[in-house]
Design a protein around this ligand. Structure first.
Ligand SMILES: Cc1cc2nc3c(=O)[nH]c(=O)nc-3n(C[C@H](O)[C@H](O)[C@H](O)COP(=O)(O)OP(=O)(O)OC[C@H]3O[C@@H](n4cnc5c(N)ncnc54)[C@H](O)[C@@H]3O)c2cc1C
Length: 408
């Protein structure tokens, strides 16, 4: 006999753990499946923006965030081809700090919170497909574990499987960016209380991308680079090549002189901007990367994965209370997520996809050096705390972009 629960969550990354945590706390019987064993690594910049830190705190991990080996940042240093911008975390963001915590640790903590709330975690279990009734309604999940095929029954499934796409082509969103990161010891750059972001010519003359150095509290740093898949197509180059050239950028090469790599560089793909993903269907919701919930400019997705999981859990509760798992009920989840995040995500997606390259923004970056209001707006666009069309509030700085573009 197949096991039967109220909700099956596929994937125990931040999105799945949050869904399982909130749904179990709301009284649902929850099965949380992951193909991997925890703790496990996930290639990431490990940055938790203030809003992500707030989500982690809401799951009862606020004190843990402050542990000394975690990085704690209070500002941003942005290096472009022509400008250097330094900005404290603006007061409109969700608190004065963000954190840098290795995902191996974060995800293990979040999954533990889900278990403590009552979710039944099964690791080493890979979901292979959705099970459906003859009428087409979702009835559960087929999975494999240790060579054995397993069936789990539930009227509702949340796909939190990142870029996995287990729920099928109609649900899976395409990847639109790729990124690579490596850990280093003894990186000698300045201002370790900042997140360092490098908008280099190499990554932006034919598309969009950036490199980063995010410091932990124990002398290590996460160094990485990410570019849009369009950038790869236009240049014919691969991600490793962009990453390796980033490490050779003169400023960064100086910081890395004498630094020691810890383990190999690792790459992963990103699904960004709420673009191309289906967020609900009969008996199904998607959260986190499975729902394309990565901000298209910052590449940040942990906070949005947790937030979408929190909202999906509320709609799972609603559906169970009504005994109605139809698309029309679950559409409430899609609407709520759109209302909360679509302006910032879709406008960011438009900027990175409609302009031929981000290099044309250089005059704006330069103007931001002397214009604190424009700088703050730029940063809020980067972090996803405001839509990028807020840049239109700074016509004189933006005018320089238009003038330069017209001269090209
Ligand atoms: C290099 C890089 C740097 C990044 N930097 C940042 C950053 O600094 N800050 C930030 O906020 N975001 C960052 N992101 C984005 C962030 O990593 C993702 O948005 C985040 O991991 C999304 O969480 P998730 O729970 O949706 O998916 P994931 O974390 O990918 O978790 C999915 C889980 O599903 C499991 N799974 C997959 N398929 C199946 C299956 N069929 N059956 C069972 N289990 C399955 C996997 O084992 C995994 O545990 C970065 C991404 C990359 C690639």
């Amino acid at each position: 006999m197949a096991e039967r629960v109220d909700l099956i969550v596929v994937g125990a990354g931040p999105g799945g753990s949050a869904t399982a945590y909130y749904a179990a706390r709301a009284g649902l019987e929850v099965l949380l499946l992951d193909r991997q064993e925890f703790p496990r690594d996930k290639p990431c910049g490990d940055g938790l923006m203030p809003h992500a830190a707030e989500e982690v705190s809401l799951m009862g991990l606020g004190d843990w965030l402050g542990e000394p080996h975690h990085g704690k940042f209070s500002g941003f240093s942005i290096y472009t081809q022509t400008a250097y911008l330094r900005q404290r975390v603006p007061p409109t963001l969700h608190g004065p700090h963000g954190y840098v915590v290795a995902r191996e640790e974060t995800d293990a903590r979040l999954v533990e919170r889900a278990r403590e709330a009552g979710a039944d975690l099964r690791t080493g279990v890979r979901a292979t497909e959705l099970l459906r009734s003859p009428a087409g309604n979702v009835t559960g999940v087929e999975a494999v574990s240790g060579g054995e095929t397993l069936h789990y029954e539930a009227p509702l499934v949340v796909a939190a499987d990142g870029v996995g796409g287990f729920a099928g082509e109609g649900i899976k969103a395409h990847q639109n960016s790729v990124a690579r990161r490596q850990y280093f010891k003894n990186v000698s750059g300045p201002d370790k209380q900042d997140l360092h972001v490098f908008i280099t010519k190499d990554m932006n003359e034919h598309g969009a991308g950036y490199g980063w150095v995010f410091y932990f509290g124990d002398g290590r740093a996460n160094v990485g680079a990410g570019v849009s898949t369009k950038t790869l197509q236009r240049t014919g180059r691969n991600l490793k090549d962009f990453f390796d050239r980033f490490l050779e950028e003169p400023e960064l090469a100086g910081w890395l002189d004498g630094a020691e790599p810890e383990g190999p560089a690792k790459s992963w793909s990103l699904k960004m901007g709420m673009w191309g993903a289906k967020r609900y269907a009969q008996g199904l919701m998607t959260v986190g990367d499975a729902a394309s919930m990565i901000h298209p400019i910052s590449g940040e997705g942990v906070g949005y994965a947790i937030e979408s999981g929190r909202l999906a859990a509320a709609w799972a509760h609603e559906a169970r209370a009504k005994r109605d798992y139809s698309a029309s009920v679950l559409a409430g989840y899609g609407r709520q997520l759109r209302r909360k995040r679509a302006r910032e995500h879709l406008s960011g997606y438009a900027l990175t996809n409609l302009v031929p390259n981000l290099q044309i923004m250089e005059p704006f970056f330069k103007a931001c050096e002397k214009d604190p209001e424009a700088r703050r707006t730029l940063l809020e666009g980067f972090t996803g705390d405001a839509p990028v069309y807020n840049l239109l509030k700074h016509p004189s700085a933006l005018g320089r972009v238009v003038k330069t573009a017209l001269r090209l």
